[in-house]
Ligand binder design. Sequence first.
Ligand code: MLT
Length: 211
Amino acid sequence: MTGEFIYRFEPAKEAGAPPLLLLHGTGGDENDLLELGAMVSPGSALLSPRGRVLENGMPRFFRRSSEGVFDEDDVRRRAFELADFVEETRRRHGIDRPIALGYSNGANIAAAVMLLRPGTLAGAALLRAMAPLSDPPHPDLSGVPVLITSGKADPIVPASNSASLAAMLREVGADVSHQLLPAGHQLSRADLVLVRDWLKRADAREPAEER
Ligand code: MLT
């Protein structure tokens, strides 16, 4: 399974720093978020796969029929596939459960992994995320730290959608911080600062028990 994902792995530079699972947006690849990951948590191991779905040549993590309309069967299938990849590469590289740092499509698959395979991720920073499933399961995500950053002027993610993702994750116990930024779909410096500060707080807490 792991052989089917193209990925980059950068080993930790500091013992105890939380590994980050970097998940790019539509049209990105495994190189896209390495710099951001190193900026928000300089000591962390970085695990960065390329999405295996191609939409007009653009890598993604799951299929959609149009912008914002997701193929939910594919979301489920791909979330399990990504969770398997994380487990296999953790063993291969000897790293702890990662915190996901996902942008756009990468944030959406990270949310799906949390909901469908709880225990894969120690937490998630979801940048410009949407709710990936209309009828999500109800796993126990008690105390799992989640940061959602949304752009007030995002033309792709309606405010009601990111709010429902935050509500969905809170309902199952996740410790959600949802930040609305004066931004569009693109990331801004404010995202970087928020993720960096949130990671410091998330890392200072007791690790959530492995499930
Ligand atoms: C998606 O997963 O399709 C995102 O919300 C939007 C995008 O990736 O362009």
